[in-house]
Ligand binder design. Structure first.
Ligand code: F0G
Length: 427
């Protein structure tokens, strides 16, 4: 066992710091109503960080499921299960690639641009990294039912992990406002999939009432164990960059758990000596679903005024984000920016990411759109190293692509006609 890592997990309120052995079902502090987070004791030593790096690298050659998971490979940093190798419900999540994006870099006006594609997770989004953590806890606690409200990716992920664990899943979705690929996943994995005549924020409210009345384990990102899994993307990224911290990490913001989780991951890496500095973590929202942008610009990060959210990037169509206080803390601690982008900017960015042979869902493309604005404003300099976090797979929302960019009409099955088309396109 290396002499570094985190130990003695404790659930603690982010507001009044009260500790809880047995949290309320909605994972809110019973004293002040704030969210909870996992706090640890830091075990650091001069030899610790290199030992951890070597241990994690060696696990890549192991045949054990927990070692093959891009989450549990880092288990010294999330000691939330008595024995991760035995207790984890895993689909071998994580292990997502980092791609150079030369043409997007040029279009954004930076020399170096990378994208970590979390859409390459088992169910096609970053949610799998959090779900393996929180669902494993749910199973250990003996729950039969798990539930979430979702804009589509959380539900797809939860449905898959619940099915793996032999548990029952309740999914609440905003009627007509989620991408078909995501809805189909939840149905395919056998979850009880219910569309409610409301938006995401309305679905959350209904679910919280259900959780109060029925023994169902809440797997929305109010559940702090979700963030413990999601933070491992930061560890994996640093390993992929040979522990050289980038200047900027740019993430899309919806319910604001992912930005919070990544910030926590970087701060914890610094606390055990794996890195010395933090990247600036910037959060990008769609202009039609911009509660954090307004919170920062109008209320100095002090107050959240919910908005009525509207955007074709349905994954981030959220007006009342649960984790806003955690995200504000990350913006402050890392010195990141919070920006909004228009629907047109998202569509253009998505096309540019697609043209690199990568592809992503609209919410993920908000990161490139946001980067362009941050370069224009001077917040990101041309020579800065930048990593975009792509959160969802291109195939999640093919309807969006086809709506935005109509494919050519069918023509006669005639080689001559096809060659004519090639010539007309300048090939
Ligand atoms: N990108 C994608 C593809 C998402 O699905 C989400 C959130 C986000 C970004 C934003 O992440 O909420 O942590 O700020 N999707 C949720 C869901 C809310 O239900 O699938 P966040």
């Amino acid at each position: 066992m290396p002499e570094a890592g985190l130990t003695q997990p404790e659930l603690r309120c982010i507001g009044c710091h009260a500790a809880f052995a047995d949290p309320a079902r909605d994972f809110r502090c019973i004293h002040c109503g704030d969210l909870l987070e996992l706090a640890y004791t830091v075990e650091a030593s001069p030899v610790g960080a290199p030992a951890l790096e070597a241990l994690w690298r060696n696990r890549k050659t192991s045949l054990h499921p927990a070692d093959q998971s891009g989450v549990w490979r880092f288990r010294e940093m999330l000691p939330i299960l008595p024995d991760a190798a035995r207790d984890a419900v895993t689909l071998r999540e994580g292990n997502t690639p980092v791609y150079p994006m030369p043409r997007c870099a040029q279009s954004a006006g930076v020399d170096h641009l990378l994208a970590k594609h979390q859409g390459m997770n088992p169910t096609g989004s970053f949610k799998d990294t959090g779900m393996t953590a929180a669902l494993s806890v749910a199973r250990l606690k003996g729950f039969q039912w798990v539930g979430c409200a979702s804009t589509g990716n959380t539900s797809a992920s939860m449905a898959a992990y619940a099915a793996r664990a032999g548990m029952r899943a309740l999914v609440l979705l905003p009627d007509g406002k989620i991408a078909w690929g995501k809805l189909a996943q939840s149905v395919d994995y056998g979850a009880h999939t219910v569309q409610l005549k409301t938006d995401f924020d309305g679905c959350v409210n209904v679910l919280l009432e259900v959780v109060r009345r029925y023994p169902l384990y809440l797997l929305n990102s109010m559940n702090p164990y979700r963030l413990e899994g999601q933070k491992t993307a930061a560890f994996e990224l640093m390993e992929q960059l040979n522990w050289q911290v980038p200047d900027h990490l740019i993430v899309p913001g919806g319910n604001l758990a992912n930005s919070s989780a990544l910030g926590k991951g970087f701060v914890e890496m610094r606390s055990v000596g794996l890195i010395r500095t933090l990247p600036r973590i910037s959060i990008i929202q769609a202009a039609g679903a911009n509660p954090l942008v307004r919170c920062m610009k109008e209320f100095g990060g002090q107050r959240m005024e919910p908005v009525k959210a509207e955007t074709r990037a349905t994954a981030i169509r959220i007006g009342n984000p649960a984790s806003w206080k955690k995200a504000v803390a990350v913006l402050r601690e890392t010195g990141g920016a919070c920006e909004q982008v228009s629907e047109e900017e998202i569509a253009t960015a998505k096309q540019e990411i697609g043209a690199e042979g990568i592809g992503c869902e609209p919410a993920s493309a908000a990161t490139l759109a946001g980067l362009k604005n941050l370069v224009r404003s001077g917040f990101v300099r041309r020579t800065d190293s930048v990593v975009l976090l792509l959160t969802g797979h291109c195939l999640k929302d093919p309807e969006y692509t086809l709506d935005m960019r109509k494919p050519a009409l069918a023509i006669d099955a005639d080689p001559g006609a096809v060659i004519q088309l090639l010539e007309a396109s300048g090939a």
